[in-house]
Write a protein that binds this ligand. Sequence first.
Ligand code: NAD
Ligand code: UDP
Length: 318
Amino acid sequence: MTYGTKMKRVLVTGGAGFLGSHLCERLINDGMDVLCVDNFYTGNKGNISNLLENRNFELMRHDVTFPLYVEVDQIFNLACPASPIHYQSDPVQTTKTSVHGAINLLGLAKRVGAKILQASTSEVYGDPEVHPQTENYWGRVNPIGLRSCYDEGKRCAETLFFDYHRQHALCIKVTRIFNTYGPRMHPNDGRVVSNFIVQALRNEDITIYGDGSQTRSFCYVDDLIEGLINTMATEDDFTGPINLGNPFECTVVELANKIIKLTSSQSKIVFRPLPEDDPKQRRPDISVAQKKLNWNPRVTLEEGLNSTVYYFKKQLSQ
Ligand code: NAD
Ligand code: UDP
């Protein structure tokens, strides 16, 4: 229910992060009234500085592990560090963010009757034996490893979303996001695309973990945001889970070579130990998204990397 205005009031948790800031921007451009909630653990005000003066945008510093009392029509729950080095630096807080965060936001959605979308992850599939990964695959996740705080936190959040749906008839949308990259990733984010681009632009060694034969499928941020918006717009009885990602798969070595070439870098490749439980392969089966959302990623890896390199060149020269 909206009071005094016809604009939809949309809450974005983790709105000052990489994906959250792009989502806030898109929602503002779509004519929404946006409340961005963030504790700035990995996000920052710089990501949303272009929105701060907008009268339809509001920023609140808040940790989602604590209850939140606001009136909104829709919730996008993105709060959670996504890079392994960041989510592993305070693993207890990572699990709390996913689990307590989900409980608090689902409670809020129930109280105000809001639709709620969860930014879940391909990590719920763990180190998968099914390839490409379909939504009906239950995954292969180590419950006690270094990645578990993130993987199991996100899996438990999915459980909570479906139980709130079954028990309280909440309108939920669970999206499983595969590796996404683009402008506004933090230079020290630690994820592979930003690491390699920053290393290449500085002509520093490119650090490949393991032998680099592990694969990922990289989605450009604009495509992903379109997928999130389309998912929120599906009919109320569509819950997901739904994979969102780009099915173009490449090895980490291929990615490194592509980035070296695009940046005309002098960097050399060096090999470092593979982190524990690092998934060997990952590629989304996106047939549900294609059918349900009429959605397909449009930006090729080359185009997306070019825009991202352009962004980091500017960042590093400041
Ligand atoms: P990010 O680290 O840039 O953004 C996360 C944001 O959440 C940051 O602004 C951070 O400060 C905020 N945050 C963290 N803990 C919080 C808390 N307790 N309370 C309030 N805010 C908190 O990461 P991202 O890449 O933008 O990821 C956004 C979401 O998408 C995450 O939930 C992540 O798990 C999910 N996701 C991302 C990817 C990807 O490739 N980018 C892949 C799968 C899933
Ligand atoms: N990786 C790498 N060098 C880096 C950062 C990451 O080789 O400097 C590897 C990492 O081991 C993994 C892949 O790149 O196999 C993707 O890592 P990222 O942290 O981006 O995402 P995730 O492992 O969560 O998919």
